[in-house]
Write a protein that binds this ligand. Structure first.
Ligand code: HEC
Length: 231
């Protein structure tokens, strides 16, 4: 009985994979080369394609048993890599695990970031240490925010950030529906979407979404929010 079930499940699973793979392939024009699994962008809005991508990754482990039996340790590396892809797929498609605050955001979807920030509380003291490069981010990077922002020559002064928001930017038409948090998130993860007048454009690094965890960002923002004195 058990053997029969196992066979049935195996057949079902294989069938699902074929369907998924076929769906994934019909979407790819024949002229484009098949992407390496590492370059896969998950088709989050298309369950059929997404499961095809999942199956494709699974298939890269088709000879896992033989490789393990042959003592090939690289096989475990491939197993690990596939697991990382699955994790990245789930995260990119919107899954938030319990340790979300320590995850590097890896997204510039401002609404999604704001949803997560709502569940966290920021620590202004840690924010200041991060901003000044005196404490590493969750991922171990040192930030150089104050290098540009403290002299106030290259970039707007840190001091008065909140007041400038309240007295200047908030009144601009494009920020009509914004609050300070949204403005700050956008300024940090999408700095090239808007340039503060009077400062060089395309100067602020645009990679912070790939460097900061949600908690890092929450701490930085609450710190900036405390900068309410005009110099
Ligand atoms: C290489 C220089 C540089 C670095 C490093 C830098 N910035 Fe900036 N930043 C700028 C410049 C220039 C502007 C103004 C032009 C613009 O809007 O992009 C700016 C604008 C901003 C604004 C909008 C300011 C306002 O008063 O409205 C915020 C908020 C900000 N940066 C936060 C940060 C944070 C947080 C970090 C570190 C994680 C950081 N910046 C790192 C150069 C930098």
């Amino acid at each position: 009985m058990t053997a029969l079930y196992r066979t049935l499940i195996a057949v079902l699973f294989a069938g699902l994979m074929v369907v998924g793979l076929a769906a994934a392939q019909t979407e790819t024009p024949p002229t484009t080369p098949e992407p390496e699994p590492t370059e896969l962008v998950p088709a989050c809005d298309d369950p059929v394609r997404l499961s095809g991508q999942v199956a494709e990754l699974y298939l890269t482990l088709f000879d896992l048993r033989e490789r393990l039996e042959a003592g090939e340790t690289a096989a475990l590396g491939d197993l690990y890599a596939v697991a990382q892809h699955y994790e990245a797929f789930a995260l990119e498609c919107g899954y938030l695990p319990e340790n979300a605050e320590s995850l590097v955001m890896n997204t510039t979807d401002v609404d999604r970031i704001l949803d997560v920030l709502e569940t966290l509380s920021g620590d202004p003291l840690r924010g200041q240490l991060l901003y000044d490069g005196q404490e590493p981010t969750a991922a171990g990077d040192t930030l150089g925010c104050s290098g540009c922002h403290t002299p106030g020559i290259v970039a707007p002064m840190t001091e008065g950030t909140w007041t400038r928001w309240d007295e200047v930017h908030r009144l601009e038409e494009r920020f009509a529906d914004y609050d300070f948090t949204r403005y700050a998130v956008e300024s940090i993860v999408l700095p090239w979407d808007y340039f503060v007048e009077g400062y060089p454009e395309y100067t602020m690094p645009d990679f912070y979404a790939e460097q900061l965890s949600y908690q890092d960002l929450a701490d930085l923002i609450i710190y900036l929010e405390s900068q309410d004195q005009l110099p």
